[in-house]
Design a protein around this ligand. Sequence first.
Ligand code: AMP
Length: 487
Amino acid sequence: MSYFSELGLAEPILRALETKGYNDPTPIQRQAIPALLEGRDLLGIAQTGTGKTAAFSLPSLHRLAANPQPRKPASCRMLVLSPTRELAAQIADNIKGYAKNLKLMVDCVVGGVPIGKQARRLVGGTDILVATPGRLLDLIDNRALTLGRVEIFVLDEADQMMDLGFIHALKRVANLLPKTRQSLFFSATMPKSIEDLGKQFIQNPVRVEVAPQATTAERVDQFVTFLNQAEKQALLSLRIRALLADKTLDRALVFTRTKHGADRVVRNLNAAGIDARAIHGNKTQAQRTAALEAFRQGSSPVLVATDIAARGIDVSGVSHVFNFELPNVPEQYVHRIGRTARAGADGVAISFCGPDEKVYLRDIEKLTRVKLDQVPLPENFLAEAAKLPSAKRTPEQIQQDARREERDQRGRFGDRRDGRGGGAGRDGGRDGGRGRPQGQKPQGQRPAGDAPRGAEGERAEGAKPRRYHSSGAPGVGAHRNKVRRAS
Ligand code: AMP
């Protein structure tokens, strides 16, 4: 008998969990499920990867199934709001898996695809609806959906919602929901602006807090190489090629600051014979889905992404995370490296730090309390780099790229080091055009030094550390980062 049954979940749900191979609840599930089964509201401070989707889905499914209701046209009984399309699709897939032995219907509506089909699907109503905010409001405005019958409301990744400029959309949703309902509010971080937003949705909530960001970071072997910006591409291509050759790399996520930077990195990796694809807000939904699927299936082992596009992507087997550029907000670094080391596995994070990024590195090490291991450039770096084929570009294309990138950088990061906002842009929010208009200041910026909270880590014990590479560079290999505990 699994511990899940002790939590009081219904038998068809337990069977579904057994099929999935879940034996024990994660800390957030253990803390949240009993209170949610009682119908309490919940304030959850947790990031993706902690098992929060099951934490909110399982008790909700139990409650909905325990009180069966005929479906009503253009309505749903449970509404889950997610900031990005990928995350929404992922949540819906997870819920479908947990609900597979129940007679509950799960649907997902996101922007970037025609609205007509979604509206038609909703004619007869659904039980559970997962949505991005823009498309949800479009459907409501088109009279394809009403929220008057929502019994359970889940707001996921609230801090990300704020970053993407969904605050007004959320306030509208709050006004459309019935007063009597159960509400669950999740955020990876809880600065005051997010807590204030939460107050509009939840009443007398149970507060659950897991996996502080700094703790998650301790599970990952972290390395840094100091180099110039112009050397980064060659080092990336060489490292990935070597890691693929000795089969150390299963899947790698490469983070760039800008969308055009991501495209350029992909072109150069492809030129070096490495199968890589990009995922960011300028891609069509079809391109994003195809890139993610190729990555998930392993046919394209390298995915180059901007922060927002990658947030929440749940692909198991990401062995390496490369920070082509360091993020200027340290929490973003933790989100990035959290893409590896999921579900107990260990991972490797490799950062390329340019001379102007050292200040970001200092902030990251302060937040995570982990000192990154320095790996020098390979001895034969210049000779090897010179042999690399690079993507052929005309001088006009190069100039155009440079201009675009400069625009991207100015609009997205600038020197705004006091908050999280600039990095969000429209990227990932592309949701019916309701995200923050370009150039508008992001909302809910976090003041400097607003450290993440949390009490309970999920460190995987005894997991084997992965190697960065096998070429024997000094300081690299099977030892773990030193964890410096701040006094
Ligand atoms: P989430 O934080 O909801 O994105 O979940 C992260 C990953 O952990 C997903 O791949 C889940 O399928 C998986 N997961 C969630 N709960 C459990 C559990 N109790 N045991 C094993 N894996 C789980």
